[in-house]
Design a protein around this ligand. Structure first.
Ligand SMILES: [Fe+2]
Length: 194
């Protein structure tokens, strides 16, 4: 049976400093995400969903299997959308056009995204997604949920579980969210929208 693998980070653990510290990345990827991967592989063994894609598992599983698969899918998208040296500070092309069309401006989008991240009660994720017509929406997903469960195509996410920021920002979740824009790899987000 093909196992779910722990994704490799596309940058060194210290690459995102000072926005996210090496210590936070090390725990977040090497401990939290690794635990979800180990848990899921143990739960999948001998079941019909063993060997299936994470997306398929998220759409079909329940309980612990769904929670662990959702967290892996969420974190894989999260870690792979950052870069130490963004080539562009803002989105371009079709994504930029859609953001202007659906939110008014990039700044208005950022404000709403941060607000929804800051006001999500408890643990979860704020997401930018596209619906089946390409219209952009921002959703709050609690715990391990992913927008694919609502039929949406996920593009960008900020993790608002405390493990994502507490070592660096303590209770200042809004400050953490505001800083994350500095390391978003818009080329990756644009390729998800294409
Ligand atoms: Fe996380």
């Amino acid at each position: 049976m093909e196992k779910i693998e722990l994704m490799l980070l596309p940058y060194p653990e210290n690459a995102l400093e000072p926005v996210i510290s090496k210590e936070t990345i090390s725990f977040h990827h090497g401990k939290h995400l690794a635990t979800y991967v180990n848990n899921l592989n143990a739960l999948l063994e001998g079941t019909p969903l063993a060997g299936k894609s994470l997306e398929e598992i998220v759409l079909k599983a329940e309980g612990g299997m769904l929670n662990n698969a959702g967290q892996i899918l969420n974190h894989n998208m999260y870690f792979s959308q950052f870069t130490a040296k963004p080539q562009q500070a803002v989105p371009t092309g079709k994504l930029a056009e859609a953001i202007s069309r659906d939110f008014g401006s990039f700044d208005a989008f950022k404000e709403e995204f941060q607000k929804k991240g800051a006001t999500l009660f408890g643990s979860g994720w704020v997401w930018l997604s596209a619906d089946k017509d390409g219209k952009l929406v921002i959703t709050q997903e609690t715990n391990a949920a992913n927008p694919i469960q609502k039929g949406l195509k996920p593009l960008l996410t900020f993790d608002v579980w405390e493990h994502a920021y507490y070592l660096d920002y303590q209770n200042r979740r809004p400050d953490h969210l505001a800083a994350l824009w500095q390391i978003v790899n818009w080329q990756v987000v644009e390729s998800r929208y294409a």
